[in-house]
Write a protein that binds this ligand. Sequence first.
Ligand code: ZN
Length: 505
Amino acid sequence: MSPMQPLLIENVQILELFDTQKPCAPRDILIENGLISAVGVGIAASDVRRIDGRNRLVMPGLINAHFHSSVNHMKGRLDGMPLEIFMLYESPALDELAPSPREAYLRTMLGAIEMLESGVTAVQDDVFFVPYPSPEIIDAVGQAYADVGIRATIALDQPELSEVEKLPFLDELASDDLAAELRLRPIFDAPKLLEQYDHLISRWHRAANGRVRAAVSCSAPQRVSPEYFRALDRLSRKHDLPFYAHMLETKLQRVFGAERLGGRSLVRYTHDLGLLSERMNVIHAIWVDDSDLDLLAKSGATIAHNPVSNLRLGSGIMPFRRMRDRGIPICLGVDEAIAGDAIDMWDVMKTTGLIHNITDPNFDNWPKAREILECATAGGARAMGLGSAGGEIAQGELADLILLDLDVMAFTPLNDLQRQLVYCETGSSVDTVIVGGDIVVDAGNTTRVDRSAILAEARALFAAKAPALAKAAAAMERYRPAYRAMYDKAASQDVGMNRWVEQST
Ligand SMILES: [Zn+2]
């Protein structure tokens, strides 16, 4: 690769998250070899590309720490519905929905462009594959991220067990014919999935100048066998990869523990297997109790909070303050484009700043703008295994930075930068995005790919695919009554906690 031209951002306002609330005097930032090499006043440098920072803010890029790009083409397709019903329509494992490599490339690219242009410099993509992963589709996803210039971590989110093993009550609630079908396991078993991981890690881990990396995913502990769960942990340990696991997203998943795990929660079950670790990203963690939180705090795992998805699917509200009080690291994520439906981290930050306020009358416990920004930057960097290289603008840190125009409504008048970032900004003020020292968005547009050609091709391709998607959704209707009965049965159980906001009178 040709060496990147050094950048000098001059006279720019820097967002200070940890030092002071007060804006300090504008400074210069020198970027060389993908890193911030100096921060100061009047930095002299030659042979650099200069960026005029006047009337602009520079801050660490946002990190979308939990995401599934597999459904980037499905935004707006579904009404709100609970996860267990939603998943029927989100990813039916039908051969006819299998994407071509070009389709997988385009859909990944759509999300990547949307993220980059709104100031997201890094994403953790927990990719699921319909009906199963292949090297060609893994390569298409990796190539899209390599081409567009975002920092990305890719995992294979592939359940191994059958529907009746993953879900309580379904076996008895489904008709005999349906239950027989729901007892079938996916054809991709653990050895086949581990082969795909070999490909992912050997081809994509630390690819594209280190920007693209691998992670592992079990999807959720109840969706895999303990043997495969352990094998993934070994891979994660061997290569030092983040390990993604959805846990206690819904009340039904709490009921699962009562029914199938001898009363243990999925967090305790994972702990008992010895698999909670500081590499683990525990996704959602809504229906957790205090003993789960104690285990999570001890393990060093990070929680991925996805409040917009949790509202869209009616999953419940995560106990944010009880986690923070235990020192549990939190990162923020969009989750996916049919549970969002915009791939919008500003929306996620604002929702984080609002939703927890109705869970506790003690307003001292409500999230503050500074901690929300910290979760969206440094919290995500920790979850990704980037160490401290995010959330701070200092010498030696990764140059994953965004510049925002301050000459806009959101910041006029400028009263409090942190609160106005969380509550006023929508992402529309982001005009320059730098990832690993490379300018990947300039004047609001991606620099490395032909945006309008990609959008046009994606529109045509997904219009042609719409009948297959509609047919697949119709085919799922026959499962709905049994799944609905299962959901209703779980919803009516007493699990000793409530994470919904029910209005009793
Ligand atoms: Zn998810």
